[in-house]
Ligand binder design. Structure first.
Ligand code: TRP
Length: 376
């Protein structure tokens, strides 16, 4: 029997503690830039995984912040996995609140935006037992102090306003490591807020091989260490000029009708200067509307602002409303058709879950083998 040691097997606990340090951030940014280039020349070497919590309906912030890029990567030929993270919903709330409806609404949003289930595997946590099973060995590879230091967990915990920390909240970064590693994804498109989870995932992958891995053969690790893909995200604000958030009622959802969109934009905050300019620093609310028109038309924001000129906020809102509604019309039409065919949505999810399950079973078989837990 070997002796146990309290010390981590390598110095990676420091790497995790520093995951938000300047040096670590610089490394992530540099790696991400390199991957951005490699994705152009050789998309076939990547397997991408990303996910969303099914907590609401997708809005324009999600669309321009991440969904648009995901679809572009899929269309470039990157093998793509998209997780509807149903178990992650219960990290910070007490109930499951319309879970089923939200999962299917998210799926409809995905398909309407162009994720193609023939090429992209869309799946849910709850239907992939072998993915969840990975959490057990992975939990043995992290310390409770590491988890308590995770800046994202801390921020999310604070946002619950005094709700006691659940075991799942504390350990969900490890579950997220299982999300990424079950399919051996090597690239994960995320925002900066998710970098601590990615660093945790890298630590888990590394330690797995050090402790349980194919001993003596470091050239064939069981798990790759994935990298973040940090894309340029436009700083789109809500219609009131503050951070977009569903709870503030300042978002434009993909599923809204053209009339609802017009009403939301009509309520948008502007300022008293009739002459429209694109000046994010001193006129954030007006600039945000111009940016929305720019994103939906693909035109330069300064040119758009100049064209409106003395048209005032009325002219600006009219143009933005038309631009958004025109851009979203085909997406909304497709979404409507999808919602009218729940049997099709169920079939798409069943197929994605089937594919993900096969991948997860192959991985857990390797893990059992590495951990000397094959008894047949
Ligand atoms: N935590 C992510 C979010 O809140 C969702 C998510 C779950 C995820 N598992 C993932 C993202 C794996 C990337 C990779 O948005």
């Amino acid at each position: 029997m070997t002796t146990t040691s309290d010390a981590p097997p390598d110095d990676s606990s420091d790497a995790l503690a520093d995951s938000t340090s300047d040096a670590s951030l610089a490394r992530s940014i540099a790696r991400s830039a390199q991957i951005g280039k490699d994705l152009e020349t050789d998309p076939g070497q990547f397997r991408m995984l990303t996910g969303d919590r099914p907590t609401g309906h997708l809005h324009l912030g999600h669309y321009f912040g991440s969904l648009r890029n995901r679809v572009a990567l899929q269309d470039k030929g990157v093998e793509t996995f998209v997780l509807i993270a149903d178990y992650q919903v219960i990290t910070d709330r007490d109930g499951v609140d319309h879970m089923r409806e939200r999962v299917f609404s998210l799926l409809a949003d995905y398909l309407a935006l162009g994720l193609d289930p023939a090429r992209t595997t869309i799946f849910t946590h709850s239907q992939i037992p072998a993915l969840n099973q990975l959490m057990l060995p992975f939990l043995s590879l992290v310390t409770d102090s590491e988890l308590r230091r995770n800046p994202t967990v801390k921020a999310e915990q604070e946002a619950t306003g005094g709700r006691p920390m659940s075991g799942l909240m504390l350990t969900y970064p490890v579950h997220q490591a299982a999300d990424i590693l079950f399919c051996k994804a090597n690239v994960v498109p995320v925002g900066k807020d998710q970098l601590p989870h990615l660093e945790q995932t890298r630590v888990v992958a590394r330690r797995f091989d050090e402790r349980y891995g194919r001993a003596g053969d470091r050239s064939a690790p069981v798990f790759p260490q994935p990298d973040a893909l940090l894309s340029e995200v436009p700083n789109l604000l809500g219609t009131d000029g503050t951070k977009m958030s569903k709870s503030k009622g300042n978002v434009i959802e993909l599923r809204m009708s053209a009339d609802e969109t017009a009403r939301a934009i009509k309520k948008a905050v502007t300022d008293s200067d009739r002459h429209i300019t694109y000046d994010p620093a001193s006129r954030p609310e007006v600039a945000n509307l111009v940016l929305l028109a720019s994103l939906t038309t693909g035109r330069d924001p300064h040119t758009i602002a100049e064209e409106i000129g003395d048209g005032g906020s009325g002219g600006l809102k009219k143009l933005v409303t038309e631009a958004v509604n025109e851009h979203l019309a085909p997406v909304r039409a497709r979404r409507g058709e999808l919602e009218a065919d729940p049997a099709h949505l169920r079939a798409v999810l069943a197929e994605g879950n089937g594919r993900a399950d096969a991948v997860a079973q192959a991985t857990i078989a390797e893990v059992r083998e590495a951990m000397q837990m094959v008894y047949a």
